[in-house]
Design a protein around this ligand. Structure first.
Ligand SMILES: Cc1ncc(COP(=O)(O)O)c(C=O)c1O
Length: 439
């Protein structure tokens, strides 16, 4: 496979990717592909300079890479945390939302639409749109609205309209469908800010490139902190944007012109092991009859199919019907995954692993108690992989975990889900009496 094919320059990553969209959307996709190539890849009109400046001044980049002292001791390896939770908005999502809203401006679009699952992408898009003075509408499944109320308020406070989606299960898949429907009728004036490395070309490549600073910084900061690249990088995978963000410069160093190189041995990237941790949910077993997969592990258990405009690995039944997915974290609750990540797993460059809901909740409490960082439930999956590993020292001496987001948005869910379980490390949650006083 050519380098161009592997990187998706033609919209294909091996067997995956492509542009499976209705005819009505093709002009918008072609216009966007042209804008991606000119502004992002060639820095026309200084677009990427302005993007990097705004990421620094509005977003707060670079985010730190810090040693996790207690986890390092617990696992017998040097654990470093890449702190995307400290990016403005509390998750990696702002990199992409800001990039796409700015691109929409350069393209002369007047309105932003976006879908959201956990609400982090919706929040980031609402913030970026407000920052760039653009009207913004966010589609969100009703079930996710109930799971992520703080983020719904944040979007509204930032001036976005939040449109509840009642069809299907009311999660991310349905929200994407509704946003696509809106876009199909408003393409002249509107840009659809997709929230992960999914969808038709150029979205997977473009979203990866907006998240590429995570990887470039990680490399540079690793060399500064411990004198070499990490032995392993671990990130949670829903659609795969934080994964591709932190993996991209290890898979394809210098793949985007203008990215600062790190001071590492040439070719050392190939020795860095990359782990994408999926949501194993409550079980990896699939109920074909009911069309339900009680997990979101499409890399581990999915099969080749088309979802949201791209060929990729999806959770589907024998007739090609997309199954209902499940995860305790709404940001991982998705039946597909980005085509580039699917290809990297097929090629053996990335290892797909998974942890279940219980392990993720335990990891949520562990990082909060041991390191003073409340992680997003999505991120907790990446952290749980260290705990679930039979022997974490096999991962190497230096392990970087991408802390994709902070957990403030998850407090209600975490309390509810913790109360349902007998977790060995959870604090007492039922601490208030019926008058709201402390027991
Ligand atoms: C904090 C956080 N991490 C990870 C994800 C999963 O998305 P992706 O796989 O695109 O990084 C989400 C999605 O909402 C999120 O909010």
């Amino acid at each position: 496979m050519s380098e161009q094919q592997r990187r998706g320059g033609d919209g294909k990553f091996g067997r995956y990717g492509g542009q499976y969209v209705p005819e009505a959307l093709m002009p918008a996709i072609e216009e966007l592909t042209d804008a991606y190539e000119r502004y992002v890849l060639e820095n026309e009109d200084g677009f990427m300079d302005e993007f990097r400046e705004r990421l620094r001044d509005f977003g707060g980049r670079p985010t730190p890479l810090g040693r996790a002292d207690q986890l390092s001791e617990r696992y017998g390896v040097e654990v470093y945390l890449k702190r995307e939770d400290l990016l403005h908005g509390g998750a990696h999502k702002l990199n992409n939302a800001l990039g796409q809203c700015l691109l929409a401006k350069y393209m002369g679009k007047e309105r932003i639409v976006a879908e959201t699952g956990a609400g982090q992408h919706g929040t980031a898009t609402a913030m970026a749109a407000a920052h760039l003075d653009m009207p913004c509408e966010i589609y969100m499944g009703r079930r996710d609205i109930n799971r992520q109320r703080p983020n719904v308020f944040r979007m509204r406070i930032n001036g976005a309209e939040v449109n509840p989606v009642d069809i299907g299960r009311g999660t991310l898949k349905e929200a994407i469908n509704e946003t696509m429907r809106d876009w199909a009728t408003t393409v002249e004036t509107t840009h659809y800010v997709i929230g992960s490395v999914v969808g038709p070309h150029p979205f997977p490549s473009m979203v990866r490139d907006f998240h590429r600073p995570i990887s470039a910084e990680t490399k540079r900061q690793s060399v500064e902190a411990f004198g070499q690249l990490p032995d392993a990088v671990v990130a949670c995978a829903g659609g795969g944007s934080n994964t591709m963000g932190i993996f991209s410069e290890f898979v394809d160093p210098g793949g985007l012109p203008g990215t600062d190189p790190a001071n590492n041995e040439p070719g050392a990237e190939d020795d860095v092991d990359l782990y994408a941790v999926e949501a194993g949910g409550s079980s990896l077993a699939v109920d074909e009859a009911r069309g339900v997969a009680p997990n979101s592990a499409s890399l581990s258990t999915g099969t080749e199919g088309v979802l949201h405009g791209a060929r990729t690995k999806v959770l589907q039944d024998g007739d090609g019907q997309i199954m209902e997915s499940h995860s305790v974290s709404s940001g991982l609750d998705y039946a597909g995954v980005g085509p580039e990540l699917a290809n990297l797993v097929d090629e053996g460059r990335v290892e797909a692993v998974n942890v279940d809901d219980d392990a993720a909740l335990e990891a949520f409490h562990r990082l909060s108690q041991d390191e003073g960082i409340i992680p997003a439930l999505e991120t907790a999956h990446a952290l749980a992989y260290l705990e679930e590993h039979d022997d974490p020292t096999e991962l190497g001496e230096y392990v970087v975990v991408n802390v994709s987001g902070r957990g403030d948005k998850d407090l209600e869910s975490a309390i509810e889900e913790t109360a349902k379980r007998d977790l060995p490390n959870a604090p007492e949650m039922d601490v208030f009496d019926e008058h709201g006083g402390l027991r």
